[in-house]
Design a protein around this ligand. Structure first.
Ligand code: PLP
Length: 538
């Protein structure tokens, strides 16, 4: 583990702090002559209501605690002399200090409840509070995975109901609920494909997984983790899979293809039915990455497109707050060809109630050949509750409208920004709009600089530099619930910044962000030399 910088737990550049670790106020007014920052540093380092917040360890008053307990009686040592003699190294703070510390930190977060979140490839869904309420009902929140089956019939019924709707919305006969995220859903699907090939006696011969060039990085990673060799299939000028190149590569060595639909350029793969048929004719399986299912719900079913497996990121499509890495769930729907290989546990339903099948022998007795188990217990139950609450409260008409509104909002951005930014592909998009950096050509401003300037304007930047198939990508995905007013404000801001870049105000962009608790972080150093442990100043 890397050692610590003198001043704290992050490896960000904190060079703007004085020897006490405090910052001497904010930088002066921008080079733009725009709204000036206070040129006089404040005494506290705070700026108005924006508090300069140290690390909790820097707030330590040794000995302070939030509780008063009587001194313990002296007890005989039962630790064989291993009693700790040094301090635990935890910071001492009173309860209100702890509450204030974390509340202030939380105010430094950009969040979906604070503003528009145009992050593409991630579907920052509206998360109705009703779902949170449901997930916190004690019968759901306090259920324990070791409870006897007869005491969790309601929880199993909920999982069965969710499974029913996932199967109905995708037209697929089976679903494995346990994968904990999209990436693990991919693992589930590709392991099922591997098990099916082994069952057919073709695993030795079929070593190749074809992955679209624009794919999310998890696709090739999954195929490689399952022991396959990854080959990229190129995109054509329309941003779709190059059908001729794709069909030419199919053959007896291909195990599967992994395609995202709509793809990561926000475009529907129009040839998907023909592509799937060609894969099947060549003896392979079709893995459809369903991370972008938000654009299709209630309109297009994976089964009708020829998919054999598809994960559904419940957190992206059926609402669960998922900033900062979790929680999520990636149930994977499976075709009839792959269904027997679905991982344990399985929920079965008969006249005596719901039953969990947790061991292979019971599964074999039921005629199934599970490839194993993906994770402990039964999946992300709290996310299941939220997803089902979302589905039932919207109904099929509401789900259909949500996908329609997501596509409408993205096309509104695409159409409104196309005269100023450079859209990567002609024609309408699905749920996200992709631009590249041609509009910044010769301005000296990069996609990164542009994104940093958006932070000063109060917007979370769009996804940058992904997908990799276009140069300097800016991928924007508006949530389906955003109003026209919010979108118009965003559009006006992005246009204003683009014009400013084209007018040659490079210094303004290079200085951004100027209104954040921290400015540009040394991201390379943070990745290469992570400082994960705090150490007191000496
Ligand atoms: C988000 C995403 C994934 C991975 O899903 P996680 O839930 O983040 O693991 C895979 N593919 C695509 C296209 C995605 O957008």
């Amino acid at each position: 583990m890397a050692d610590l910088s003198r001043t704290g737990a992050c490896s960000v550049d904190r060079g703007d702090r004085d020897q006490h670790g405090r910052r001497p106020g904010r930088p002066g007014g921008g080079t733009d002559g725009g709204p000036a920052m206070s040129p006089t540093p404040t005494i506290s380092g705070h700026r108005g209501l924006d508090h300069e917040e140290p690390l909790i360890f820097e707030l330590d008053h040794p000995g302070a605690t939030g509780v008063d307990l009587p001194e313990p009686d002296t007890l005989p040592d039962r630790l064989g002399g291993l009693t700790r003699t040094t301090s635990l190294g935890l910071p001492g703070l009173s309860e209100p200090e702890v509450v204030r510390h974390y509340t202030r930190l939380s105010r430094q977060n950009y969040h979906i409840d604070g503003g528009f979140y145009p992050l593409g490839s991630c579907t920052m869904k509206h998360n109705p509070r009703l779902n949170e309420r449901m997930a916190r009902l004690p019968g759901f929140a306090d259920v324990h995975p070791f409870q006897p089956e007869e005491t969790v019939q309601g929880a199993l019924a909920l999982m069965d109901r969710l499974a029913h709707w996932l199967k109905t919305l995708t037209g697929m006969p089976a679903v494995a609920l346990s994968p904990a995220a999209g990436a693990q859903g991919e693992l589930c699907g590709v392991l099922a494909i591997r098990a099916a090939l082994a069952d057919r006696g073709e695993l030795e011969q079929r070593r190749i997984v074809l992955v679209a060039q624009s794919a999310h990085g998890t696709n090739p990673a999954t195929a490689a983790a399952c022991g396959f060799t990854v080959e990229a299939v190129p995109a054509d000028a329309r941003g779709r899979v190059d059908r001729a190149a794709f069909e030419a590569r199919l053959g007896p060595d291909v195990a599967a293809v992994m395609l995202t639909n709509p793809n990561t350029c926000g475009l529907f793969e129009n040839d998907i039915i023909a592509l799937s048929a060609a894969v099947h004719a060549a003896g392979g399986y079709v893995y459809m990455d369903g991370a972008n299912f938000n654009a299709l719900v209630g309109r297009v079913r994976a089964a009708d497109l020829g998919a054999d497996a598809m994960h559904i990121n419940l957190h992206k499509t059926f609402s669960t707050p998922h900033g900062g890495g979790g929680p999520g769930a990636g149930p994977t729907v499976l075709s009839a060809a792959l269904a027997p290989f679905a991982p344990l546990p399985l929920v079965l339903h008969d006249e005596t109630g719901f039953h969990l099948i947790e061991d292979e022998r019971a599964a074999h007795a039921a005629g199934l050949k599970p490839f194993g188990r993906l994770k402990g217990y039964h999946g992300q139950f709290g996310v299941f509750v939220r997803a089902l609450a979302y589905m039932l409260s919207l109904g099929i008409d509401g789900l259909r409208q949500a996908s329609g509104d997501a596509v409408l909002n993205a096309n509104y951005l695409l159409a409104s920004l196309s005269d100023t930014l450079s859209a990567s592909y002609p024609g309408p998009c699905m749920h996200e709009a992709l631009f590249d950096d041609r509009f910044l050509k010769d301005t000296g401003v990069s996609t990164l600089d542009f994104a940093k300037a958006m932070i000063d304007e109060g917007f979370h930047p769009m996804t940058m530099y992904f997908p990799l198939v276009v140069h300097g990508a800016l991928l924007m995905e508006p949530t389906e619930t955003e109003s026209r007013e919010t979108l118009d404000q965003f559009i006006a801001t992005v246009k204003g910044l683009a014009q400013r870049a084209q007018a040659g105000d490079v210094a303004f962009f290079k200085a951004a962000p100027t209104r954040t608790p921290r400015r540009r972080l040394d991201e390379t150093r943070a990745a290469r030399q992570p400082v994960l442990r705090w150490q007191a100043l000496v």
